[in-house]
Ligand binder design. Sequence first.
Ligand code: ADP
Ligand code: MG
Length: 617
Amino acid sequence: MEDVLEPEKKRTRGLGTATKFTSSHPRAPAITTVPQAQGQTTAPKVPKKTGPRCSTAVVTVLKNQKPGPAVPAQKPGTAAPPKLGGKKPSKRPAWDLKGQLCDLNAELKCCRERTQTLDQENQQLRVQLREAQQQATALGAERRTLEGELTRVRAQAEQLEERLGTQEGLVQELQKEQLELQEERRELATRLEEQERRLQASEAALSGSQAEVASLRQEAAAQAALLAERGERLHGLEMERRRLHNQLQELKGNIRVFCRVRPVLPGEPTPPPGFLLFPSGPGGPSDPPTHLSLFRSDERRGTLSGVPAPPTRHDFSFDRVFPPGSGQDEVFEEIAMLVQSALDGYPVCIFAYGQTGSGKTFTMEGGPGGDPQVEGLIPRALRHLFSVAQELSGQGWTYSFVASYVEIYNETVRDLLAPGTRKGQGGECEIRRAGPGSEELTVTNARYIPVSCEKEVEALLHLARQNRAVARTAQNERSSRSHSVFQLQISGEHAGRGLQCGAPLNLVDLAGSERLDPGLALGPGERERLRETQAINSSLSTLGLVIMALSNKESHVPYRNSKLTYLLQNSLGGSAKMLMFVNISPLEENVSESLNSLRFASKVNQCVIGTAQANRK
Ligand code: ADP
Ligand code: MG
């Protein structure tokens, strides 16, 4: 803008100069200078008000470098004196009026020409002025535009400065962040180095371990091969053990008889000394007793001299005799191997035979109070089976056990495991074949409960006791007048070899073997009792007959003659193992029944080929 304004100032200055130039004009002699002023700038005769215009035009011309056609550039105020013909005209004498007039005319003419020239010049100057004004207007507009633009640019600049400030702040933050990141990076680099070091160490360890693993794998493969070989051998040994075990059991006799004499209970009369004797075997007292001698004094038999006849000695020999002091564990030890035969697939039957009160239930289920010392054969046998099955699982055998417990009273079968409302109801059960053509027998309406631990067995025995207790109130001492049959169906499988075995284990608490006193009057109660007794005697004698028929290898075995033998037919004979406990009361008052029991047991014992021994009387 300064540049735009500058010419104005110059023009103003030029105007001042022109004014001076104009004010000096009147002093110049107008006439004398006219002829010389041709083609030059002269001030005289120019009206005062046009002076500045003329000067302005001159200056403008000078500035624009456009020399005016009639006014050459000349410093104002320094007008040269008019020259005519290059020679100063001589002053006409006063008299030469004509000459003077002529001069004046010439001067006038000159002035007119001059005026004309000045007018033209003036015209030009006006034009130039207009142009200059237009130019000034344009420049003013341009200036305003530029000012507007300047304002906008300034605002923009301010904005940019503001943004710059923000950006600088950001830059500072970023720089700070960068520093932090650099720090972090350094830390990470350190950690990375550490990790790399560790990785290298781990890799080294890993390669070591891999080598170790490879060698261990080799070793494991060798061990596996060895193990497989050993497994094979073990299996062979197990099968051999089973074969030998069975052979041993057979050598011992597939039918064995053990005699157990219970102790005298508190409050019972002490039997006379020597009433029962347990003579040692050929091996001396260290040998387990197998003999029993019973002395019976018969008052009816007298001697001629009137002295009482000496008591008659009755000797019996069994596979094993347990005197009164024998514990439950001792008894079980003798039958543990037999029980194990059931795991090997041989049916096993264990009976307790004897008069009421001789200790059958004690032997089978145990004594009162849940004392582990007096636990009977049933819980001990099951515990043994569970633990052997567990051991055999290591050789690939899997066993399952299903228990049932029934009672046979008066040739009717009743479930002793009936729960809840059915307890003691005596809901009748039937013995049926498990299916058409099947050898397996099952008791309808009876519960078959899978068992796998002692606790479950205990619960079952407890339930059976409860059922018997309820029945006892309904019918006097029915439990001693019925057979209780605990059956455990054992199923074993060796999935790896596709082997299966299964056999029942039967633990039977037989009904009291006592006979009815023939001297008793037969009232209605007694008649019922007589029927009971006949049923019991019949089933017990059937049992004896079945055993005998089996040992004599008779073609017909009278299983069907009693419910008991019918139910147990699959567990008697063939490869089945049978053991009979003959329970004996130590009391002298029971001597008759004891003798009956011992005779029955002896008969059974005689049935056993190879182990039968003659009973001496
Ligand atoms: P059973 O079942 O033959 O009728 P129990 O087993 O009920 O006879 O026995 C009758 C009584 O004798 C019970 O009180 C029982 O506890 C007790 N008893 C039987 N055998 C023994 C024994 N070996 N040791 C101790 N007590 C026995
Ligand atoms: Mg009993």
